[in-house]
Design a protein around this ligand. Structure first.
Ligand SMILES: Nc1ncnc2c1ncn2[C@@H]1O[C@H](COP(=O)(O)OP(=O)(O)OP(=O)(O)O)[C@@H](O)[C@H]1O
Ligand SMILES: [Mg+2]
Length: 365
């Protein structure tokens, strides 16, 4: 997978122009607030449509304009392809290879990327929702099926939660709650299963990277913590059964809290270094190494599952890492097409084909 060119018009602060990146390393540099992350975000949007900064569509459109347009040419599945996204208000128009599509999710499985930004470095210390997002984002980029499943699950969960809140006021509705349970468990079991499968693969690679970065001194492990007791190796049917049982058991609590207390939306995964919980015991440096290993593993697993080398996007992450970790990261991503944003760039020795893009006030040189 390789980006051949990217064109933008009215996109955030970027002036209408296009870039033709190198197939190896692309360094996007310049002062603060010039448009470097905006450029990276545009490249990221083609893998399914959500900004890694959590932006709304309207925010992509230049303050002075009424629409924004992105066009990309990329090589994937052994052929050259094109995609276009037009943002108009909160509406999107999407075309892939000239054919109109109902949404940007149509780009899933076609265009594959991995993003690594400084917020990722706090993945271990933060609450479980960031870690769930990390897994879900990855499995959504891997398969359209997963993205559809997660979106449907979240809608059904919202409906069940709304009903739980209603029941507090109207107890006669109590018997209707079961209507949601079968479908919720059916989807929840699939999500849990695909997450467990993903964690299994991710662990394998993350372990290797972590051994490398810690000079074989540290052993990294990941443990999925399921609210219904599901484990790696369980079938979807087994998880479904565990989930239904757990949901029945928690029904009283659900009525009390007005919220669904079990299901993949309550799961987490733990990062373990040398048999100790990283969240509690790992030093800053150890946490950074662990996240670095997870991110590199994410790229490897996506490559394994999709058969395509993902495009690697590094937003300001080098400046957050010490020289040893910077060099480790750079040495491991030479197999990918990489886009790096930074204020200054010094690690030239790792690459032969570096292309530099200097960004100033939205103009790219
Ligand atoms: N819709 C928009 N229209 C016009 N300008 C925008 C829009 N959205 C964001 N901007 C501006 O784009 C500028 C560049 O943002 P960006 O995040 O790309 O900076 P950056 O070069 O990555 O800076 P830093 O080095 O600080 O991370 C910001 O000043 C921001 O206000
Ligand atoms: Mg930035």
């Amino acid at each position: 997978m390789q980006v051949l060119s990217l064109e933008f018009e009215n996109y955030r602060n970027l002036e209408k122009s296009s870039i033709s990146p190198s197939k190896e390393i692309n360094v996007i540099y310049g002062n603060n607030a010039q448009g470097k992350t905006n450029l990276l975000e545009a490249l990221w949007l083609f893998c399914g449509g959500h900004s890694f900064r959590g932006a709304k569509d309207i925010e992509f459109i230049n303050f002075e304009k009424s629409f924004a347009k992105l066009n990309i040419k990329f090589f994937a599945q052994q052929r050259e392809q094109t995609a276009e996204i037009i943002f108009k208000g909160n509406k999107r128009e999407v075309r892939i290879n000239g054919v109109k599509k109902p949404s940007t999710t149509a780009l899933i499985e076609k265009y594959i990327a991995v993003i690594f930004s400084p917020e990722d470095l706090t993945l271990i210390k933060r609450g479980p929702s960031g870690r769930r997002k990390f897994i879900d984002s990855a499995i959504c980029r891997e398969k359209l099926r997963n993205a559809v499943l997660i979106s449907k699950y979240s809608k059904i969960l919202n409906q069940r939660n709304a009903l739980l809140k209603d029941i507090n006021k109207h107890p006669e509705l109590k018997t209707t709650i079961e209507i949601w349970d079968d479908i919720l468990c059916n989807m929840g079991a699939q999500i849990t299963y695909y997450r467990l499968e993903y964690i299994k693969r991710l662990t394998e690679y993350a372990k290797k990277y972590h051994r490398g970065i810690s000079d074989n001194k540290e052993e990294l492990n990941l443990i999925y913590i399921s609210s219904c007791g599901a484990q790696i190796g369980d079938s979807i049917e087994e998880i479904n059964k565990k989930l239904l049982d757990a949901l029945k058991k928690s029904l009283k609590e659900d009525f009390y809290t007005g919220y669904t207390n079990v299901g993949p939306h309550r799961d987490d995964f733990e990062i373990i270094i040398n048999n100790k919980k990283a969240k509690i015991f790992a030093s800053q440096g150890q946490q950074r190494s662990a996240v670095l290993s997870l991110k590199l593993a994410e790229a490897k697993v996506l490559k394994e599952l999709t058969g395509e080398n993902p495009v690697v996007l590094l937003d300001d992450v080098l400046s957050e890492l010490d020289v040893k970790r910077q060099e480790f990261l750079l040495s491991k991503i030479s197999e990918y097409q990489v886009f790096i944003t930074c204020c200054e760039f010094e690690n030239k020795k790792h690459f032969e084909k570096v292309k530099y893009f200097y960004v100033k006030e939205g103009r790219i040189q």
